[in-house]
Design a binder for this molecule. Sequence first.
Ligand SMILES: Nc1ncnc2c1ncn2[C@@H]1O[C@H](COP(=O)(O)OP(=O)(O)OP(=O)(O)O)[C@@H](O)[C@H]1O
Ligand SMILES: [Mg+2]
Length: 573
Amino acid sequence: MIDKRLFKLKGIFHTLISLIFMTGIQGLAILAQGIFLAKAIVDFWQGKETMSTVINLTFFAVAFLVRQLLVVIKNQHMSSYADETVETYRIQLLKKYTEQGTTIVSEQGTGNAVTTLGVGLDNVKNYFQLLLVKVFDLSIIPWLIFLYIFYIKWEQAVFLLLIFPVIIIFFIILGLAAQSKADAEFLNFKNLNNRFVDALRGLPTLKQLGLAKKYSAEIYQISEDYRKTTMRTLRIAMMSTFALDFFTTLSIAVVAVFLGFDLLNGKMTLLPALTILILAPEYFLPLRNFSDDYHATLNGKNAFTDVLSMIEQPQVENQKILQLSSWHTKNQLSLKNINFSYDNQPVLKNISFETKGYQKIALVGESGSGKSTLLNIISGFLLPNSGQIKIDNQELPHLGQVDWQKNFFYMPQHPYIFHDTLRENIKFYAQQANDDEVNTAVQQAGLTNLIDELPEGLDSIIGESGRQISGGQAQRIALARMLLDDQRKVLFFDEPTAHLDIETEYDLKQTIAPILSKHLVFFATHRLHWLDQMDYVLVMKNGMIVEQGTPKQLLSDEQSQLNQLRYELGGIK
Ligand SMILES: Nc1ncnc2c1ncn2[C@@H]1O[C@H](COP(=O)(O)OP(=O)(O)OP(=O)(O)O)[C@@H](O)[C@H]1O
Ligand SMILES: [Mg+2]
């Protein structure tokens, strides 16, 4: 019910101590409210002077006000604490997403990542806000009332004490059932999110393949499953509320009956009997309140676990061990015996190579051989499990180094185009660039045709929900971004032209080729004609570098792995 990790939150002790203090006062106010109400009624009943009834009623009203005021203050107090904490989580999560975006999204799915950040964090907020107030109400208020009733009439107090654990045990059994249902609900929810985003993204493909209808039926089925699991959880939640109400009302009735007997037998006077009768429902109230929100807290707890597990993932700390200004001809990078696994599945094995200055290195190998993973290790997005990395003479645990990241530019297969003007998209990494520089980059990247086509030229809005652009144009925008920032001397390309047709690729190659000079380049590709631009090749197979050398050396050897790969790929050139 309460996650132990709650107690590790920043500022939690301070918050809890004030919460305990306020709940204590609230408990005393509830007692006072019951006592003075009983006194007022008894005074009135016994026909005492009006003044005494009025005084008792005034005390009752003050106690009532204090009690209600404390409820509001406590909720506000917890609400601002929950807001602050959830905000820090949001920032940490966003930071995590920016640092490890590719890894997180591939592991959790886009839909899920987005929901965790939105609805997930809202649920966590609910959880903090509701749970702590209710738990402390439950752990303080009934016991104050119990002690007071014990002081007046211990037999009634013992009955109330005995019935409490029975109700709690019953509640726990139902709670456990609700927990497993809520877990299933949460899994279904995540599944639904991912499938939905997946379907939206794949809509053009689904349409083309004529599968849109079939897929929509599938989405309908998943949302139906989600609806059913939600209803199942709700059913249990309703049942437990009903059962609790039933038991507590029954218990109060039993107390009333015993009090009635005691009054009839003259064992008790009216005032204590009435006080106990008024306080008995208050004794059970915190438990009933707790059960009302139990379902909401279950969702919150699941979301909390999700958020924490994401935040606690080992992260590539952008370290500042490396001292490197701008990469130049004399700089050296070496990797020795690098190993990397995804979920204990080795993906890179004993990777070793060295490079110096402005070398242009091709990474080739069949699909799944580990090219992208190796690029992610070299760019510092992933941490190797073992091995040695050196830049010049500096030993580094990994390449998540601020100075290294300032030096490179990463060009993926599908560069991301932001919903913004073409100009801002181009200037994304070089905000200081002036119009002349942008225009030169536009020309060099071959974007002039696109700009001529657009009515508002560089100021046209592109990207999602704006003017759509082709894959080749997106690559050109990424190239223009690269051209604007001449400080970065290390370039990573991950199959930048794999999805383009031969003509576009040929066109783009004319643009890319001149950019490559005076840069250290890592270029993962299946298209072996790029080898004519490269001066070193790493041939990968099953996560290992099976061959390395200059393209000339390897291509001239009939038996080389590179020639074999070229044959398999239907080698061009
Ligand atoms: N996030 C991940 N979780 C688990 N396994 C992964 C993950 N990403 C990649 N892999 C696995 O690691 C291996 C290497 O993948 P990688 O993407 O590096 O290959 P690649 O050579 O770039 O392939 P391609 O040419 O198709 O892009 C593959 O077997 C792949 O299934
Ligand atoms: Mg790849």
